[in-house]
Design a protein around this ligand. Structure first.
Ligand code: HDE
Length: 697
């Protein structure tokens, strides 16, 4: 037996279906089949015979290949990996997987969008799910989080209302993968507890560049419990090593058509390339005695604890290093459940969390067809399982012995866990109260933290938020809903409401917003740039006949040395002939790609006065679009003329040596100097350049 991280892999391997190369095709019964192209018929042109068991089995199985998709988070992508703590967290929790830095715990993570069906596009404006299953030595622990730290509602009883409102409308099933429609905004305008999460939804957090470049949050306040039984409130944070980066809305929309699998493919390709995504797990810890030390309720999932108030303490890291082998078996059938906890991790009375603890098991029963879904390989713990649960659909174990407790005939087995202290014990929180159906008074402030978020944004982030509200509300037909939403926004920030109102044809409200003027700089993407590397960034180099191939090769190698993925794009696949007559290999034909699929573009030069790509309309559109989306654009030699032709108002271009101006890096000198590469790398590391005129949101 290897390390726990290997153990999950060994377990998976034991479930591999027989190697198809090991023998001929058979039926499900193991009978060999020599002909699967024609059904058994009565004569050459006659009817198919009932007796054709191979035909019937094949069709019947096919007819039953689908299971219900998840009611929310239907579209997702997953990967395996491991988690390791930096040091022992014994002071706060007895959870075994958080004790020993030398022990790697296997994990499976599924990222998802929420609103759209399984076949919807990746780059929609939506929350992203970030669900992690830790296969710990004490059983499975699921941290089922999102990439926003707050949720839209406070009490789980509102979940069906919220989801009905955001999902496609019931009469025509429109829109797919979008929140820009009447029913969502009707709900939002009437239910102000949604506003804080709505601010996040209108921000760039809702259009991540990559699953590898987004944060994750447990959202609720959970409870750590240490070996002495002392509880500590805890909020979980995942922070990506590559930094948090987003798309531009205009780009995200185009991407939905150009590559609906943009985020899914990005995760898959990075792992295949050995560029394993990594996150740091951090915790905000609040001693139990400080439960009431905040101006919000810790049990309210529409609130964050500002990091400036309670710093995030890094406790470990997670690396995803293995793609699933079968999407359906693993990513589709994985069953997360907030109720899957291990000793040392416990719940709080957050009414959203309490509802979730009911819902996830319930949903698995219908989705995975019965109570034995824990036997599906991806859901199996690596910890031993000994229960008296028996039978049911899809039972695949042959249980032996007795199936009740207490028993004497089975030797009393399985016995209760003993005094060695490994059993789960619920935190002995004292609970006392009358049965009431009433929202706590401490949950009533819906505006302060929405304002906190808005006020913590950089100017460009605020502009994007305003543009997003205008887009979304601009697609709402009911003017009453638009106006009512703007009235709600006015309670968050008067200027925000006025700016939104001006774009959607409703009166500017008189109200001037909340008096809550605090800021939390940690919320801005400006503070989440990551390690500043350009690893895995996709850089397009536009080449065509006559290109200075030597120059391209030099820059390409320098960018690749920084970990970027560089692709040469040309009007057609195959090769182009460089200025020196040598053939240069093309990675992709321009008509098959688009600038929205890349992070940056480089326009190399040729030896003559005319830049080689200047003649190609696809190439020009590519550069223009990258420029408008604020992406780094580099040009060398005569390639600088292509940028000049775009007329980048106010941006300085090179007349000789290197000039870097707001992400536009140009160099007219003959050879690609290391200084150009340095500036171009810095521009790529900055991700986007919002101060460039004009940038399309
Ligand atoms: Fe979920 N949620 N949720 N949710 N959720 C589901 O479980 C639910 C909530 C989240 O990749 C469902 O297996 C209720 C918050 C993720 O498989 C379902 C409430 C957060 C995933 C369900 C919430 C989440 C789900 C649908 C309010 C972030 C995908 C299918 C009380 C902290 C997991 C399924 C995966 C999936 C219920 C609110 C995250 C129906 C009732 C808050 C990441 O059980």
């Amino acid at each position: 037996m290897g390390s726990p991280a290997d153990r999950k892999q060994e377990q998976r391997e034991s479930f591999h279906a027989d190697d198809p190369a090991a023998g001929p095709l058979t039926t499900d019964q193991g009978v060999e089949v020599d002909h699967t192209d024609d059904s058994l018929a009565a004569g050459e042109r006659g009817p198919t015979l009932m007796e054709d068991f191979h035909f019937r089995e094949k069709l019947t199985h096919f007819d039953h290949e689908r299971i219900p998709e998840r009611v929310v988070h239907a579209r997702g992508a997953g990967a395996y990996g491991y988690f390791e703590p930096y040091e022992s967290c014994a002071e706060f929790t007895r959870a075994a997987f958080l004790q020993d830095p030398s022990v790697r715990t296997p994990v499976f993570v599924r990222f998802s969008t929420v609103q759209g069906p399984k076949g919807s596009a990746d780059t929609v404006r939506d929350v992203r799910g970030f669900a992690t299953k830790f296969y710990t030595s004490e059983g499975n622990y699921d941290l089922v989080g999102n990439n926003f730290p707050v949720f839209f509602i406070q009490d789980g009883i509102k979940f069906p209302d919220f989801v009905h409102a955001v999902k496609p409308e019931p009469h025509n099933d429109i829109p797919t993968g979008a929140s820009a429609h009447d029913t969502l905004w009707d709900f939002v305008s009437l239910q102000p507890e949604t506003l804080h999460a709505i601010m996040w939804l209108m921000s760039d957090r809702a259009i991540p560049r990559s699953y590898r470049m987004m944060q994750g949050f447990g959202v609720h306040t959970f409870r750590f419990v240490n070996a002495e039984g002392r509880g500590t409130f805890v909020k979980f944070h995942w922070k990506p090593k590559l930094g948090v980066h987003s798309l531009v809305w205009d780009e995200a929309q185009e991407c939905q058509g150009r590559n609906p699998d943009f985020n899914r493919g990005d995760l898959w390709n990075a792992i295949e390339a050995g560029e394993y995504p990594e996150w740091e797990l951090g915790v905000q810890l609040v001693p139990e005695e400080d439960e009431f030390a905040f101006d919000f309720d810790l049990l309210d999932a529409t609130k964050i604890i500002p990091e400036e108030q309670v710093p995030v303490r890094p406790i470990g890291r997670m690396v995803l290093d293995r793609n699933p082998e079968n999407f359906f078996a693993e990513t589709e059938q994985v069953a997360f459940h907030t109720g899957n906890v291990v000793p040392g991790i416990d719940f709080t009375n957050d009414p959203l969390l309490q509802a979730r603890n009911f819902s996830y098991l319930d949903t698995q029963l219908i989705r995975l067809g019965g109570p034995n879904f824990t036997q599906i390989p991806v859901n199996r713990p690596i910890a031993p399982v000994r229960t008296n649960q028996r039978d049911g659909y899809h039972q695949s174990a042959i249980h032996r012995g007795t199936n009740y407790f207490p028993n004497s005939l089975g030797g009393g087995c399985p016995a209760h866990a003993g005094a060695d202290g490994n059993a789960y014990t619920h935190y002995a929180e004292r609970v006392d109260g009358a049965k009431i159906r009433k929202r706590s008074e401490s949950f009533k402030d819906h505006y302060s933290q929405a304002a906190l978020f808005f006020h913590s944004m950089a100017d460009w982030e605020r502009e994007h938020i305003v543009a997003a509200f205008r887009f979304e509300l601009g697609k709402v037909d009911a003017m009453t809903v638009r106006a009512r939403t703007v009235e709600q926004l006015a309670k968050v920030d008067g200027e925000l409401a006025a700016e939104v109102a001006r774009g959607i044809g409703v009166p500017e409200p008189a109200e001037q917003g909340t008096s809550y003027k605090q800021e939390s700089p940690a919320l801005s993407l400006e503070s989440l740039r990551g390690d500043g590397s350009i690893r895995t960034r996709q850089i397009a180099v536009l080449v065509t006949d006559g290109v200075d191939a030597e120059q391209v090769t030099a820059v390409r190698e320098a960018l690749a040395a920084e970990g970027a993925v560089v692709e040469a794009l040309a009007p057609a696949d195959g090769t182009v002939s460089g200025a020196d007559g040598e053939l240069y290999t093309v990675d992709r034909a321009l008509p098959t790609v688009a600038s929205v699929l890349y992070d940056a573009v480089l326009v190399p030069g040729g030896p003559t006065g005319t830049p080689p790509v200047a003649e190609d309309p696809d190439a020009l559109r590519f550069v223009r679009s990258a420029y408008l989306h604020g992406k780094p654009v580099g040009a060398l030699g005569s390639g600088v003329d292509v940028l000049a032709a775009l007329d980048p108002e106010g941006v300085t271009l090179s007349a000789g040596s290197v000039v870097a101006d707001r992400g536009v890096v140009t160099d007219r000198s003959e050879r690609a100097a290391s200084e150009f590469v340095r500036e171009f790398v810095a521009a790529i590391a900055a991700h986007r350049h919002w101060d460039r005129p004009p940038v399309r949101h």
